[in-house]
Design a protein around this ligand. Structure first.
Ligand code: FES
Ligand code: FES
Length: 154
């Protein structure tokens, strides 16, 4: 079936099964490989993208459910001023270790700051709870979110 998706501001038509996860549409059909596959069952956050600014797990989002909502991936997040600030903070604080989880972390952080410009530690913990990092970069992630929000680092 053909689906037309708006991804990072551009329309793309793909031909695939209704149940195909958005993750595979992005990676395999649109060559947007910044979004990663971790668990495949909404447990790790590696595949996080935005639908109309809301973070979702692309591994469990069938393409047929995306509809007219705007898809934003790590490749497009810098077009948003908040996303650009988050990416800059990530670079300045050298957050990634192996890097595998970091696209998802940045997407969750950008959504948090768009909704809550000055999050408390508890709000950061709640928003980032579903994004796992095997390298345990959590302290730097929190510092980068604080920095991107213009608050003093924790
Ligand atoms: S790959 Fe989607 S949440 Fe783990
Ligand atoms: S930086 Fe390695 S899994 Fe997070």
């Amino acid at each position: 079936m053909a689906y037309t998706l708006t991804v990072n501001g551009s329309a793309h038509t793909v031909d695939t099964e209704p149940s195909t996860p958005l993750l595979w549409v992005l990676r395999d059909l649109l060559d947007l490989v910044g979004t990663k596959y971790g668990c495949g069952v909404a447990q790790c956050g590696a595949c996080t993208v935005h639908l109309d600014g809301v973070p979702v797990r692309a591994c469990v989002t069938p393409v047929s459910r995306v509809g007219a909502r705007a898809v934003t991936t790590i490749e497009g997040i810098a077009a948003n001023p908040v996303g650009a600030r988050v990416q800059e903070a990530w670079k300045t604080l050298d957050v990634p270790q192996c890097g595998y989880c970091q696209a998802g972390q940045i997407m969750s952080a950008a959504a948090l700051l768009a909704a809550t410009p000055k999050p408390t530690d508890a709000q950061i913990d709640a928003a980032m709870d579903g994004n796992l990092c095997r390298c345990a970069t959590y302290p730097r992630i929190r510092k980068a979110i604080k920095s991107a929000s213009g608050q003093a680092e924790a």
